[in-house]
Design a protein around this ligand. Structure first.
Ligand code: CP3
Length: 351
């Protein structure tokens, strides 16, 4: 089995730097668009055969070192009782927006094997089909990032309703976050039980806060998930699965992020990786951090940037190569294929 990714997550010696790419299964691949042309996005998420098929596409096409299961961070919102739709070009729509006591009280903490069984079935199918070729990464949104979609009813520019709830009605926010946190803890536990070999917690919108607000309103819930999963894994399994915490707009928050208890930290491209490592501490495992839009450069320029990221990462205990955020739909796939080859070749230890 190619366990380079898992070894890097654990800080063990690796023959080369492993790479996977956020949103590696997606619209930039013609093979994905062919499957997507025949069914809508949520149907794909809810049909394990289709979800597994598109999860596996980048493994063969790109030669990446891990498979991230195809799903979406908003799936648990529907399981909690909120309506979820995706409309072409408009992004996700969640209804009703959760902004008052009545809507918060109607949400429940679902049993993931009842309400999101298709996700666990996708993982079980992937483990079977991959037969240990590469590990399977499960994931969930962090409580705050999930809450922004639930409160705003979709994507947002300035997160007005989220911040208003936090500042005007902190106890309502806490009740909502307690429910989301319990849901995500059980959801990740179910994914690990189904066979996920690592999990990533996506906090795409964590960076909308000052460090003080992040510490008070974002981090405690993430810590609760990680603490609970680690306590459970220590009693259930001989080798716990690594937990990766990715925060968008990482740079202002590194000192806070490092206290989360995660095994590895996703870093976006707005900071040099060596600076991030200095602030996180050199005993950390980092993941990142090429600007996703550098995929539009000529390949010789991409190669220069790959070398730069690899050399800046050398002071960390471990490094998993990734983009600093998801690959965008317009990206030329051949450049992503070239990226994976470059990372493997340039990081390979000789002699
Ligand atoms: O990384 C992977 O390949 C696994 C699949 C995955 C998707 N979404 C598939 C998807 C993962 C890990 C996600 C995470 C996700 N979803 C995040 C966190 C990471 C990030 O990108 O910041 C967020 C914020 C979402 C919410 C979401 N899903 C939005 C805002 C949208 C619409 C915008 C867009 O990119 O279209 C989605 C839809 C979505 N999720 C698509 C895919 C492949 C596109 C759907 C389509 O085919 O039309």
């Amino acid at each position: 089995m190619n366990d380079t990714f898992l070894k890097a997550c654990r800080g063990e010696e690796v023959p080369y730097t492993p790479i996977w790419i956020m949103r590696q299964a997606g619209r930039y691949l013609p093979e994905y668009r062919a499957v997507r042309g025949k069914s809508d996005f949520l149907t794909m998420c809810k049909t394990p055969e289709l979800a597994a098929e598109v999860t596996l596409q980048p493994i063969d096409i790109l030669n990446v070192d891990a498979a991230i299961m195809f799903s979406d961070i908003l799936i648990p919102c529907e399981a909690m009782g909120q309506g979820l739709e995706f409309h072409e070009g408009k992004g996700p729509l969640l209804s009703p927006a959760i902004r008052d006591e009545e809507t918060v009280n109607k949400l429940f903490v679902p049993d993931p094997e009842d309400t999101m069984k298709f996700v666990m079935d996708t993982i079980r199918l992937l483990r079977k089909e991959l037969a240990d070729k590469v590990p399977v990464i499960g994931f969930a949104g962090a409580p705050l990032t999930t809450a922004t979609y639930m409160i705003e009813g979709g994507t947002s520019k300035n997160f007005l309703n989220t911040k208003r709830m936090i500042f005007e009605n902190p106890s309502l926010y806490k009740t909502l976050m307690d429910k989301i946190t319990a849901t995500i803890t059980e959801y990740l536990r179910a994914q690990i039980s189904a066979g996920a070999q690592a999990v990533q917690i996506f906090d795409t919108w964590g960076g909308i806060f000052s460090p003080t607000d992040f510490r008070e309103h974002v981090l405690p819930y993430v810590k609760r998930i990680i603490d609970e999963l680690k306590r459970w894994m220590s009693t259930e399994m001989s080798e716990p699965v690594p937990i990766i915490y990715f925060v968008g707009e990482t740079a202002g928050l590194l000192e806070e992020i490092k206290t989360s208890g995660a095994d590895a930290f996703g870093v976006d491209w707005r900071i040099n990786l060596d600076d991030a490592i200095t602030r996180l501490g050199s005993d950390v495992i980092v993941q990142g951090n090429l600007d996703p839009l550098s995929m539009f450069l000529p390949q010789d320029k991409i190669e220069e940037r790959v070398k730069d990221v690899l050399s800046r990462a050398s002071s960390a205990r471990g490094h998993i190569f990734n983009l600093g955020h998801g690959v965008v739909p317009q990206t030329p796939p051949e450049n992503v294929v070239a990226l994976v080859e470059m990372v493997h070749r340039l990081s390979r230890k000789t002699g």
